[in-house]
Design a binder for this molecule. Structure first.
Ligand code: FES
Length: 322
């Protein structure tokens, strides 16, 4: 059976995009140059939108200058930024998996670095971002600038968004390690909003600090601090999976952590929905450059900056097959 790919932007104000103009649409078979329709109706016909728009893409995301209101060093080699944006953009970014591209105003576009949103304040128009300084792009972000160029919103920072948005009145296990504490905040808030019970296992990781303490303080969740890669941590997670009737597991961290969490789920023999952070290298975020492409075990190639994929399919390919 053909494996249909779902574009995270399908039906959004940024669809149709350049991929429609070049017959490379991720979802619509007509906009892949085929003579038939084999999409799964999602409430919006991308082809019809394309026709209505005069056979061209709609408005696309552009760089906008933004002010850095606060810069704070957190943990080992990490930084937190508070950035002023419009209330509309803050609202668009207040979703699990949201991210933006940032670069210094004096730098060329190839310094664009994707950054997960840690928190968005849509009443006052602020976003909060935490990152670890690792390579050339993040080192350039560290320079004491008061202004950045920002491009966004983007939403494919997580795989399993459909399950995450759908789960309600269930028991959910959220695991986050190191710098991946940051995107866990919007996940936890979404789960609470949908009346789920959340157990949050948080691990300092190499950051060496629980830097989200202020943001989770007062939330109605059970918080456990543990090294999730240790034997104790694995014992704890397996016990939760075995005894708490968990309907959804979120893993925030490296692909090695994701693989370990999936292994534990299989060892315990439970079947929760799985949501994981998207750790692929993302360059353009628009499905154009191909830098994020992976080949799934069935041979299908997927641009992971825009395509929603099953967590198991991604991790099987990236970790178990290596
Ligand atoms: S990051 Fe360029 S195609 Fe996905």
């Amino acid at each position: 059976m053909k494996y249909r790919l779902e574009c995270v932007d399908a039906g959004s104000e940024y669809c149709p995009c350049y991929l429609a103009e070049t017959n490379n649409c991720i979802t619509c078979s007509h906009l892949q140059g085929k003579q038939f329709c084999d999409c799964e109706w999602r409430g919006t016909c991308i082809y019809q939108e394309y026709v209505n728009n005069g056979y061209q893409k709609t408005y696309q995301r552009e760089d906008i200058p933004v002010q850095v209101e606060k810069r704070e060093s957190i943990g080992s080699n990490c930084m937190m930024l508070k950035i002023k944006v419009s209330k509309t953009l803050a609202r668009q970014l207040k979703e699990p998996g949201a991210y933006v591209f940032l670069r210094g105003t004096d730098l060329p576009h190839y310094f664009d670095v994707p950054m997960s949103i840690m928190e968005a304040d849509d009443s006052n128009g602020y976003i909060y971002i935490s990152y670890q300084t690792l390579g050339a792009k993040t080192k350039k972000l560290d320079e004491d600038r008061s202004e950045f160029l920002l491009r966004g919103p983007y939403w494919n920072g997580l795989y399993g968004l459909k399950s995450l948005k759908k789960v309600s009145e269930d028991n959910c296990l959220v695991i986050a390690r190191g710098i991946a504490q940051a995107p866990a905040i919007l996940v936890i808030k979404k789960l609470i909003k949908n009346r789920n019970k959340v157990i949050f296992v948080v691990d300092k990781g190499v950051v060496g600090e629980i830097f989200i303490e202020d943001l989770i303080d007062g939330l109605d969740i059970r918080i456990i601090e543990e090294d999730v890669q240790s034997e104790n941590g694995k014992f704890l997670i397996k016990n939760i999976l075995r005894n708490e009737d968990i309907g959804l597991v979120y893993s925030g961290g490296s692909d090695v952590l994701h693989a370990s969490v999936i292994n534990m789920i299989d060892q315990v023999g439970v079947n929760p929905n799985i949501v994981i952070t998207n750790n692929n290298e993302i360059c353009c975020g628009e499905g154009i450059c191909g830098g994020c492409t992976i080949r799934l075990s069935n041979g299908v190639r997927a641009k992971t900056c825009k395509t929603q994929l099953e967590a198991r399919k991604v991790i099987e390919r990236r970790v178990f097959d290596d």
